[in-house]
Design a protein around this ligand. Structure first.
Ligand SMILES: NC(=O)c1ccc[n+]([C@@H]2O[C@H](COP(=O)([O-])OP(=O)(O)OC[C@H]3O[C@@H](n4cnc5c(N)ncnc54)[C@H](O)[C@@H]3O)[C@@H](O)[C@H]2O)c1
Length: 148
């Protein structure tokens, strides 16, 4: 049976680091730095997802344009919801990998009934699939050598 995003979140945790569109890019950079993450979910005052602010957004739309992170706002650089992909807890980790590699999305917010319930990154998916493959290899080795 395939592993789902919900299974991954149970291991990884479901806390999502967020920012609002009216905060500055500098605040966003500081928050990413403090949490050692490359992306923030952009939410409304009511906590509804409206997009993401990624390191790449900051690099391409702020730094490369010689704009000041102190004065420019998250809404000026964020990737809006309509330009990105989200997943639900019932989707599989393999489906996430397809979205990440096929559509070049590094982060996938997880929505359940429209509510933000997690964030999955390329690193999470790669680590999870590698661990699963490693476990399969080990059990096959044990089977072949008769040590199971
Ligand atoms: N050892 C692990 O468990 C693990 C897991 C993920 C990533 N990594 C490593 O971290 C580095 C960068 O990872 P990345 O490219 O996947 O992205 P990243 O640096 O944005 O993500 C790092 C971790 O933070 C989480 N994260 C990111 N944004 C979040 C947010 N807004 N709210 C809550 N959690 C958030 C991700 O899900 C991931 O678990 C890579 O070198 C990767 O291999 C390691």
């Amino acid at each position: 049976m395939s592993t789902t995003v919900g299974d991954l979140l149970r291991i990884k945790g479901s806390k999502v680091e967020t920012i609002t569109a009216s905060e500055t890019i500098l605040e966003g950079i500081r928050r990413m730095n403090e949490k050692h993450i490359g992306c923030l979910a952009v939410v409304t005052q009511a906590g509804k997802l409206s997009g993401i602010l990624s390191e790449r957004d900051v690099l391409w739309k702020v730094i490369a344009e010689a704009k000041s992170p102190k004065t420019h706002l998250v809404k000026d650089a964020m990737t809006p919801l309509k330009q990105m992909k989200t997943v639900t807890p019932s989707q599989t980790v393999e489906e996430c990998m397809e979205l990440i590699t096929g559509r070049r999305h590094r982060h996938l917010p997880v929505l359940e009934g429209g509510k933000l319930v997690g964030m999955v990154s390329i690193g999470d998916v790669v680590k999870f699939l590698l661990d699963a493959q490693q476990a399969t290899i080990q059990s096959l080795e044990k089977y072949i050598t008769g040590t199971f």
